[in-house]
Design a binder for this molecule. Structure first.
Ligand code: 4AD
Ligand code: MG
Length: 436
C-alpha cells in the first residue's frame, strides 16, 4: 500500500468495513504503552476505542517521535492500514503510517488511576470522555430514541410543555422560584397538567424534557434536574394506563438490548435480567404491599408512603418491574381520581424497577369531574385563578383520562446497572452541585 494514496476518513465503529484498507481516524489518545521499538496507542474517537500500532522500523522518524510525544487526551489524526486482530476486543487494529498531533493535553487530570467521586464530578466535562461514561450516554440516547419510537408508532403526538410555569404541578414545597418580570414563576416539576390539555386536543400525547425539583434529598435516586417522559391519553382508564406502561417499558428495554449490547456488556450489565423485562408485569395493591411488608417485619402502617428500603424489598420479589397500585388518596397528588368504590384510595400506580432501583414511573387516572376537582382545589389550598385553565378542561368536554411520568435517569440507571442516578446525566444537577 503506498502512502501517497488518500486515506478513507472513517470512524472506529465502522472499521470492520475497511479491512486491509488505508484509513484516517480522528480522535484522542486514550492510553498508550510502548516496548521501545513499538508504540501501542489506544485511540478513541467517540464511536469506540482501537489500538494503533506504530512500528519504529516501518515509519519515518518524525512519525515515531510524534507517537512518543503524544500523551493521554492529546488530539491526533491517525492514517494507517486496518488489520484484523483476533487478540484485541474490537477484532481490529491500525498499522500506523502517519500520525498528526493536532493538540496536546498536558497534565490531563482524569488519569487511569482511581479517583474519588467529588473529583470526578468536578471534572465531569472530562470524565465523560471515558469508555464507561460514554457507554452510559449512548444507552441514555437509545432509551430516548426507543421511547419516542414506541410512542410515535402507537398513535401519540409529541407536545412540548413549557419550562416556565405560573403554578405547581406536584406540590409546592419543591419548587424553584424565579422572577418572571413582575410576576413570580417556577421551573416546571412536571408537564402533566399541560399534557392533559394537549390530550383533549390530540387524543394521545407525550412530552420529553427537563423537569426540576428543589428537593433537599441526597440519595442515589434523586437529581435536582431530571428528564421526564410524560404520556397522557384521553379516554384511558387506570387499567389501560397500566397495560400501556408495561408494553411501552418492555419495548424500550428490548430495543436498548438490541442496539446497545456492546455498551451494556462494557458496563458489566447482566443482560438476562433485562431480557426478562416482558409483559405482563406483576401487580400488587397498596393494601397487599403493606401487609406483605409487615410480614417481613417492616415498620409500616396503612396510610403511610413507602420508603426506599420498602420499595427495594417489594421489588426484590420479582424478576421484572412491579406495579404497586391504589395508594391512599391522602399520600398522592391532588389530581388523582379516587376509586369510585373506595374513595380512600386513588386509581394510581407506581412502577418499581427490580434490583433496588425503586420507583421509575408514577401515573394515575385523573379527576375529570369539575365539582370534585374544585373540592380538591380548596382542600389543597390551591388558588383557583392560577389554575382556571386547568379547571376549564373539566368544564368543556371533560372525559376520563390517564397518564404517567417516567424518570429518564432512574430508568437509565436501572438499565445500565448504575450505583447512582448521577452518572445517567451528562451534567447532573445535585444537591450542592451546580458545577460544571
Ligand atoms: O412520581 P412523580 O413525581 O410524578 C409526576 O410528576 C407526575 N406528574 C407524572 C405524570 O403522571 N405525568 O415523578 C415521576 C417520575 C418518578 O417515578 C421518577 O422516576 C422520576 O419521575 N423522578 C425523579 N428522578 C430523579 N430525581 C428526582 N428528584 C425525581 N423525582 C421524580
Ligand atoms: Mg412518584
Amino acid at each position: 500500500m503506498s502512502q501517497t494514496k488518500q486515506p478513507i476518513t472513517t470512524t472506529i465503529n465502522q472499521i470492520h468495513q475497511h479491512i486491509d484498507q488505508f484509513v484516517r481516524l480522528q480522535g484522542w489518545i486514550y492510553s498508550k504503552r510502548s516496548s521501545g521499538k513499538i508504540q501501542f496507542l489506544q485511540l478513541r474517537d467517540g464511536s469506540g476505542v482501537i489500538q494503533c500500532v506504530v512500528v519504529k522500523s516501518e515509519v519515518p522518524l518524525e512519525v515515531f517521535s510524534t507517537s512518543e510525544d503524544v500523551a493521554q487526551e492529546s488530539a491526533v489524526i491517525v492514517d494507517g492500514i486496518v488489520r484484523k486482530d483476533s487478540r484485541s476486543s474490537l477484532g481490529y487494529e491500525i498499522n500506523v503510517q502517519d500520525l498528526i498531533h493536532v493538540s496536546n493535553a498536558p497534565d490531563y487530570p482524569v488519569t487511569h488511576k482511581e479517583h474519588g467521586i467529588d473529583f470526578l464530578l468536578d471534572h465531569r466535562h472530562l470524565w465523560i470522555r471515558t469508555p464507561r461514561q460514554r457507554a452510559i450516554l449512548k444507552v441514555r440516547a437509545e432509551v430516548l430514541r426507543a421511547m419516542s419510537n414506541y410512542l410515535d408508532q402507537n398513535g401519540f403526538t409529541r407536545v412540548d410543555p413549557p419550562i416556565l410555569t405560573p403554578t405547581a404541578a406536584e406540590g409546592t414545597t419543591e419548587l424553584f422560584h424565579i422572577q418572571y418580570f413582575d410576576e413570580e414563576a417556577y421551573l416546571t416539576q412536571s408537564g402533566q397538567m399541560y399534557m392533559e390539555a394537549a390530550a383533549m386536543a390530540m387524543g394521545k400525547v407525550y412530552s420529553m424534557g427537563p423537569t426540576f425539583r428543589a428537593e433537599r434529598s441526597k440519595t442515589r435516586r434523586h437529581l435536582i434536574e431530571f428528564w421526564m417522559i410524560e404520556p397522557e391519553m384521553a379516554y384511558f382508564t387506570h387499567e389501560d394506563n397500566l397495560n400501556l406502561q408495561e408494553s411501552f417499558l418492555s419495548a424500550v428495554v428490548q430495543q436498548v438490548l438490541e442496539h446497545c449490547e456492546v455498551e451494556l456488556t462494557l458496563l458489566g450489565r447482566d443482560l438476562d435480567r433485562l431480557r426478562a423485562v416482558q409483559p405482563p408485569f406483576p401487580r400488587m395493591s397498596y393494601d397487599e404491599a403493606v401487609l406483605w411488608l409487615q410480614k417481613q417485619g417492616r415498620d409500616i402502617q396503612w396510610g403511610e408512603d413507602f420508603g426506599a428500603p420498602d420499595e427495594t424489598e417489594l421489588a426484590n420479589q420479582f424478576d421484572r418491574p412491579v406495579f404497586i397500585q391504589r395508594y391512599p388518596t391522602k399520600v398522592k397528588a391532588f389530581y388523582m381520581q379516587p376509586d369510585p368504590e373506595r374513595p380512600e384510595v386513588a386509581l394510581c400506580a407506581d412502577l418499581l424497577a427490580p434490583e433496588g432501583y425503586g420507583e421509575i414511573v408514577g401515573g394515575s387516572e385523573r379527576i375529570h369531574d369539575y365539582t370534585l376537582m374544585q373540592e380538591r382545589f380548596s382542600d389543597y389550598n390551591l388558588p383557583n385563578e392560577a389554575y382556571a385553565w386547568y379547571l376549564d378542561l373539566r368544564k368543556y368536554g371533560s372525559v376520563p383520562h390517564s397518564g404517567f411520568g417516567i424518570g429518564l435517569e432512574r430508568t437509565v440507571a436501572w438499565i445500565c446497572g448504575l450505583e447512582h442516578v448521577r452518572e445517567a446525566a451528562a451534567f447532573p444537577r445535585l444537591l450542592y452541585r451546580l458545577y460544571p
